[in-house]
Design a protein around this ligand. Sequence first.
Ligand code: NGO
Length: 510
Amino acid sequence: MIPVPAEVRPAAAADFTIDHGTAIRTAPGSAAARRVGEHLAALLRPATGYALPVGEETGTIALLLDGAGDPDGFPGDEADPERDGFVDGDEGYRLEIGAAGVTVRAAAPAGLFAAVQTLRQLLPAAIDAPGPQLGDWVLPGGRIVDRPRFAYRGVMLDIARHFFTVDELKSYIDALVQFKINHLHLHLTDDQGWRLEIDGWPRLTEVSGGAGTGVDGTGPGYLTRAGYADLVAYAAERFVTIVPEIDMPGHVNAAQVAYPELTADGAAVAVRTDTEVGYSSLVAGKEETYAFIEDVVREVAALTPGPYLHIGGDEAQATTAEDYRTFIQRVLPLVAKYGKRVVGWHEMAGVELPETAVPQFWGVAATDEGTARAAANGSKVIMSPADRAYLDMKYTAASPLGLDWAGLIDVEQAYGWDPADRLPGVGEEHVLGVEAPLWSETLRSLADVRTMTFPRLPAVAEIGWSPRATHDWESFRHRLAAFAPRWRNQGIAFHPSPEIPWVQEVSRGS
Ligand code: NGO
């Protein structure tokens, strides 16, 4: 299993077998629990061929909500099996597998959903095949009590350098949630392209989402407001929060191509499809700048139910330090005005931040003064150190895809760090969580995206979810090996890292 659960207690002779009589019973009166039950049934039906009805009356697989749990009991004494060991937070769950049935208890539907991902991994890899398979669908008996170490476990995809469609993004979400990833950060705008439709500023997407706006002149592509809303809803059904990023004050060439009034002298600028960074900037001393940003922030906030709005803030080499400060100090209250919490790349922490703002550390240096100061001031930090968590770095010098400015990242490198140990001044209590960013300069297809994501993302996912005490490379690489047949069955391309003793055969099937 990845991420490894907080507590696993196997029980001999208590295996449960899913068969044609198995039904799924969900918490009475909860539409959300019912949807999680339907989600589980939909996962199990193709390979098993069973009907797996979902209802509130009967069923040997029960998904129950029990808000009366005792968080202090974690990981549990044995006195009261209904109450002990209950986990706190929305994503915690308790799973009991016995010969007579399976019971999941959670305080919230998100916990039931997390438990469903665990159940999926407990079944043979053939469960992930798209069509009927022969076999015994045995869940190993025992008990699991589980909850995340960090609340935020994210992936970022850059859809500005190369665009990916709503359907591709949905399929990416399907792959990510299996590792209990709960945030998808979308890098929506950059020098090359602008990928989200904004009311009142149609040229952003007509021009900068048009043909020839991807790296090396690929494209076109952008998310319509309806497409974005559809994606947000799809993600929410899977307990994934979308974090939209509008990068500013740098990385804005595409906006300036569409609207030259956003440049210093109002003169037209050329489309850029190379991969240089640090040359464009919004103008801190111009009111047009903030009128534009307010329209964008208002619209993005209105379309996004999640709490965060990412304002970029990285690599503003074309903005003076003074302008950068002025700019960030103008934008922070704008985001707050529309009810969102600011996230920004850690350069933003060079400016004094309210404690609700979240710096995202993407550096490779051993220290970062601004991030440490923000943490001391009460901010929570997202950890994405580029030499560990960047999914766009090459695996080896021979990798055909990816960049290498932060080094080569094999699976052991992706796994071998601790978020609460990475930066002086940023300890366990300051870490909101981890995120693995995937920049798309070199990625043209969903297969490219998957090949860079797997098998490294599971390493970051485990670091974000599992208790620190479970961290163990030997254990991890052997557990990871079992995912090869699962990914093959799901049609997910992955890099066959030689460090992993991959399971080769799928010895089941009709
Ligand atoms: C940097 C840069 C991005 C690049 C990426 C490539 C950040 C936060 N800004 O990360 O524009 O695409 O590296 O790895």
